[in-house]
Write a protein that binds this ligand. Sequence first.
Ligand SMILES: Nc1ncnc2c1ncn2[C@@H]1O[C@H](COP(=O)(O)OP(=O)(O)OP(=O)(O)O)[C@@H](O)[C@H]1O
Length: 628
Amino acid sequence: MHDNVLLHLSSNSNHSDSLPSKLAKLEARMAGKSIPAAKPLPDASPSSTDSDEDNAGDFMIQASASSQKRKTFQMDESREEEKLDQEGRTTKSSRGMGQRSRGGKAKEAKRPHSPPSAKVDNGNGAEHKRFSEDERLKEDLMTLNARCAGLGEELDKARSEACQYQRTCQQLEKEINDMKEVQLEKERKRLKVVSDLLIAVAKGERQEARLRVRQDSVRLGNVGVMRAGTLLSEVWEDGQALKDIQARLKSLLEQKDAIEKQRKLLKKKQNDKTDASENDQGLAEEECIATEEMYRARIFSIKREEENTLRDRERYELEKACFIRELKRIRDEDGSRFNHFPILNKRYALLNLLGKGGFSEVYKAYDMVEYRYVACKLHGLNVQWSEEKKQNYIRHAIREYNIHKSLVHSHIVRLWDIFEIDHNTFCTVLQYCGGKDLDAVLKSTSVLPEREARSIMVQIFSGLVYLNRRSQRVIHYDLKPGNVLFDEAGAAKLTDFGLSKIVEDEVGSQGMELTSQGAGTYWYLPPECFDVNKTPLISSKVDVWSAGVLFYQMLFGKRPFGHDQSQERILREDTITKARKVEFPTRPSVSADAKDFIRRCLSYDQMDRPDVLTAAQDPYLSYVKRKP
Ligand SMILES: Nc1ncnc2c1ncn2[C@@H]1O[C@H](COP(=O)(O)OP(=O)(O)OP(=O)(O)O)[C@@H](O)[C@H]1O
């Protein structure tokens, strides 16, 4: 805005810049009066001007030039006014200028013009005319001088205003930059405070975890080191709780034995008293029956106690499994090269280790850009691997990333980010699930009530349906308890798409070729994946089988096929290839509908097994009862 005004004023000043020199010339001419007085004034008519250029002389030329300039000046003024009006920014000074110019015009209008006279024939008339011309020129000169001075003043004022504006702008710019710097510094401090607090909390949690483990190890046991020759190996040493349980069981057994002995003695006594009197016999029999009843009651009570103690032992085993898991986690955390609370990629503050997989460590972390907890999965390439193997692993991870990042569903863990840490390590950033994974749940409770297990199945199938309704269908292929996570609210979410397959559009109803045979966790894979005679054709029915195994495990605390077998033994003994019929334990009691659903999911032949979309519609998984 100010620039416009400036430009405008400076253009005016340019215009008036020429004025002083012109005025000086005019003044000089007037002072010198070098106009030849004897020369008659030319006829003012346009035709006479044309015909008599010598007679007209310099003065007339100047005069006509002067009036021409006046006109131009007036035009300039009116243009200037128009322009200012248009911009709606008429300053006070320009208003003054306008008034002045209007005053000037008024004067101009009042000023008697010297009409070209047809009868200029005597000296007096010419003298008079020259005099009035001189007067007019003087007046013009004064007006122009005043105008010139006014414009000069305005120019100075505008220049000083411009300088002021410039200084203000520079000042403001500096203030903005200072404020930005302060803001950045504050942000840095804030993040530092946040990360320091998070780290302090995480450190506290670490200490607490180690203290708990130390305390629990007295009760639950510990891993000790055993030396056999030069070989050192780790062995589990039972804790006091198991020793107490076993001592209690032993004592109960001894008590039971003692009572049994006494019972036998009593029986023997009864037999020996057969020769006593009838009366005595009656009394003795009464006594014997009462004693026998007492022994029986005692044995019942011992058995009850025994059952309770066995339950305690079961609980102990579950606690021990969790304890060992925690021990392993702490040991992995202590051995991790990321255990010093680093900030990765300038935004992820690593806190505590959540767990370690085959080739990865998963840390709980805080995203300081999005302000949320995340799980950072650090994939480490083994430095001893060949370059080809490393490239293979990276290709595999990128493939997994590309599949997983596009999945957005409430029952699928979100994948937010991926970045490189160093030449041999990269990190994927996942949605943090604050609950346990299903594996940990099953290690701590062995079986789940049917209602709870069914709800988890409904959620798993919700995720699977999403995978099968997308334009690019996905077979998860690695559904197992460790790949079902729970968030803080208890919602189940599928994760780990490392083995998943994309079903291409042209795949027929028979399914797609399984090219990566041998991968996966065998307890959870269907028979078709073990077919060695031909390249198996697979479909979403693989995930239906795995879901059936998961459901069975949640309800009965064990896997339906090869539960106690190692992966290697499952392959060697063709356990799954022989898994034609699923058997159910009698306990715990589970509804017939649940068993039927499991049977459908674990149909040996793919043709008989429902696909994901059909299984998800199963009445057993529907909370809304359908009308028959
Ligand atoms: N998004 C997550 N939120 C919270 N915990 C997670 C998350 N992802 C993984 N974990 C935990 O981190 C641990 C290691 O996970 P990871 O997926 O690396 O292991 P895994 O599945 O046991 O191994 P692998 O992938 O090699 O089979 C597990 O205990 C898992 O519960």
